[in-house]
Design a protein around this ligand. Sequence first.
Ligand code: AMP
Length: 114
Amino acid sequence: MATLFERIIAHELPATIVYQDERVTAFRDIHPRAPVHILIVPAKVIPTANDIADGDEALIGHMFTVARDLAKREGIAADGYRLIMNCNAHGGQEVYHLHLHLLGGKPLGPMVSV
Ligand code: AMP
């Protein structure tokens, strides 16, 4: 069965897509935790960071260059932003299709609240 994010990438579910190429899709998080909250998702289904293979290095790098370019386009590059990848239960991962969160647009406070 297709993951939620695969269905967004295939335009089967609605989302505000801000960037798409053959390797990654970026769309706005449905429950934004900051004025800018974008998810950068590979077309390849990699469930968690634990499942990243050595051969995925270029893909993972591409996710970061897309994040960099989107931060600039969203006007948050100079003030700064946060890139997060949650993994499994202790990381708070909800969707098991790898994704990079791009958050910014306000001071984001401490890295981890406990
Ligand atoms: P994570 O906890 O790292 O797995 O993050 C999953 C993120 O996906 C959460 O921030 C959710 O708000 C977001 N999300 C879930 N469903 C959708 C959706 N249909 N469209 C956009 N974002 C979503």
